[in-house]
Design a protein around this ligand. Structure first.
Ligand SMILES: Cc1cc2nc3c(=O)[nH]c(=O)nc-3n(C[C@H](O)[C@H](O)[C@H](O)COP(=O)(O)OP(=O)(O)OC[C@H]3O[C@@H](n4cnc5c(N)ncnc54)[C@H](O)[C@@H]3O)c2cc1C
Length: 382
């Protein structure tokens, strides 16, 4: 077993680190304070090939692979989590279309996602009655000739206000079993009947927009159905498996950034005539945090490696996302603790990182849902 990165993987990691540290990191506090995304950053990232990392070059992707994608997400997560989540969802949308789309859908929607012509893609799954339980979905799609008429609303949709295309899940047949009721549609941003609601005020990742999406007699061409009617549930679960690699990788980046800052601070901060790093209480917090983050990263990379080899990776992606998001939150907790009062003050970055890390145990499936997925794989039918 060889844990070292290939030359290509290291090259991508270094290229993204350089970009993220010089371009994204200096802007992160301002974007957080002003609650806004810098769309120029998204364009630059598309130019670097970061918006379609698992997409073949034929469709405009950079085809760098899943491990480089994970490494890139960690680097962007370190620098600016709000930008990282936008990158993660856009990659996920492009991949869903690439996996389930017709040739015409792939040619129409993937190149603008990868090139930056669309600033982002959005993933419209969650509703007020359907969060962890997709079966509670109420948005409907009724076939009328060459169109589907969509009615309903989605909440918490990342990037919706600047996305070029939104994948919208809706119930196409209420009378059949829950897992076959739902279908997925490609809805372009200017489709009549589609409107984007207000951006939510959030605890963290404030630079990313999180909007309501409203569908009122929104007529979507039947050719924009992804896969077949009833495939929506399967498409969502497969997309989320990949998405969990992205969010897990980002969470590791947030945790590492916080604890690296705390480590450097502990070397400098003098109390009782010595650096606080000399106290065992501080050393153990650092040791536990690095051990946890590094093992979580290995798990996420294992999921990425399985995905890259086209092997099943659902359980490993859930394990990686669970460990990464929970350990990132603990890392930020310890970073704040090590900084003492300064940790709580916005002038120091760990305050923002703590807020940014919090949502990683919630979206793309909560920690409880990850445990449910893992337990199902371990227990099987009984
Ligand atoms: C900033 C942000 C961005 C988001 N972006 C998107 C996006 O782009 N697209 C999108 O579709 N959604 C998005 N979401 C929604 C997110 O995926 C959901 O919030 C998440 O899946 C949880 O659903 P919920 O909020 O309805 O919580 P609920 O499902 O109501 O869960 C509440 C609590 O109950 C627990 N729970 C629920 N069911 C079970 C169970 N069976 N066993 C044990 N515990 C359970 C949960 O773990 C949680 O602790 C975003 C959310 C946020 C906050």
């Amino acid at each position: 077993m060889d844990f070292s990165l290939s030359d290509d993987e290291r090259m991508v990691q270094e290229m993204v680190r350089d970009f993220a540290q010089t371009e994204l990191k200096p802007q992160a506090p301002t974007l957080d304070r002003e609650h806004r995304m810098n769309l120029d950053n998204l364009t630059k990232m598309a130019e670097l090939g970061l918006m379609g990392m698992n997409i073949p070059e034929t469709y405009g992707g950079s085809e760098t692979g899943v491990i480089p994608y994970s490494l890139a997400m960690t680097e962007v997560g370190r620098a600016c989590a709000a930008t990282a989540v936008t990158m993660s969802v856009t990659n996920m949308v492009a991949e869903v279309i690439c996996t389930f789309g017709t040739e015409a859908q792939k040619r129409k929607y993937i190149p603008p996602l990868c090139s930056g012509e669309y600033f982002a893609g959005s993933f419209g799954l969650t509703e007020s009655t359907a969060g962890s339980d997709l079966g509670g979905m109420k948005t409907s799609a009724i076939k009328e000739g060459d169109y589907y008429r969509l009615n309903g609303s989605k909440i918490f949709i990342t990037s919706a206000e600047y996305a070029g295309v939104i994948i919208v899940w809706a119930v196409t047949n209420r009378k059949i079993q829950r897992t076959r009721r739902i279908s997925a549609f490609l809805v372009e941003k200017d489709t009549p009947g589609l409107s984007i609601g207000k951006a939510e005020e959030k605890m963290g990742q404030r630079g990313s927009a999180t909007n309501e999406v409203i569908l009122e007699d929104c007529l979507v061409p039947a050719e924009n159905l992804l896969g077949s009617e009833g495939d929506g549930f399967r498409i969502a679960l497969m997309a989320l498996d990949g998405g969990r690699i992205g969010i897990g990788s980002m969470a590791i980046g947030i945790g590492l950034e916080a604890i690296d800052y705390a480590r450097d601070y502990a070397r400098e901060r003098m109390q009782f005539n010595q650096p606080i790093a000399s106290f065992q209480a501080i050393q153990w917090q650092l040791a536990d945090t690095y051990a946890e983050l590094q093992s979580a990263q290995l798990m996420v990379l294992m999921a990425a490696s399985l995905k890259q080899q086209k092997k099943p990776f659902t359980k490993e992606a859930s394990m990686g996302k669970l460990l990464a998001s929970e350990s990132a939150n603990r890392a930020c907790y310890h970073a704040v603790q090590i900084l003492g009062g300064n940790g709580y003050i916005a002038e120091y970055p760990v305050e923002r990182l703590y807020r940014d890390a919090r949502v990683t145990t919630i979206y793309e499936g909560t920690s409880e849902i990850q445990r449910l997925v893992i337990a199902r794989h371990i227990l099987g039918a009984f």
